[in-house]
Design a protein around this ligand. Structure first.
Ligand code: ZN
Length: 151
């Protein structure tokens, strides 16, 4: 009994098994596109960029800025224009002053009448701005910011 031919180790006898270049798509390296060649897999090879730690929670952990809103009559209104921040348009403005007939105007008129001035004289306070109330308004948005009452 001679050596029986091994059924598997016979080169060139069994095509498709052990023979390079035999069955296409199985044995030859590099013949499978998209699987074997390195770098041929887009979206997998390059490391993803480190995502920044995004803390997008507003109002949490941030120091709450307490905005002290100025009341309407906060600054002491005087006769002269005052510099302040307009609560309406939030601009730094110098108030424009206008004069309005106020209590003092009427009181002065009454006093003038009581002391015996003429009818025309008692209207003098209406012509004197210093006898009137000073109305401060924003020159930008025309909002009345305050009034300086003389009484
Ligand atoms: Zn304003």
């Amino acid at each position: 009994m001679s050596a029986p031919p091994p059924p598997y180790s016979n080169p060139g006898n069994q095509p498709g098994h052990g023979q390079p270049g035999g069955p296409p798509g199985y044995g030859p390296p590099g013949g499978q596109p998209g699987y074997g060649p390195p770098g041929g897999q887009p979206g997998y090879g390059p490391p993803p960029p480190p995502a920044p730690y995004h803390q997008g929670q507003p109002g949490y952990g941030q120091p709450t800025t307490v905005i002290v809103t100025q009341p309407m009559m906060s600054p002491p209104m005087r006769e002269s224009p005052v510099g302040m921040t307009c609560p309406n348009c939030q601009k730094q403005i110098i108030t424009s002053t206008t004069y309005q007939t106020g209590t003092l105007t009427w009181v002065a008129c009454l006093v003038l009448c009581l002391v015996g001035c003429d009818v025309g004289c008692c209207f003098i306070p209406f012509c004197i701005s210093s006898c009137k109330d000073t109305v401060h308004s924003c020159p930008n948005c025309r909002t009345t910011l305050g009034k300086h009452n003389r009484m």
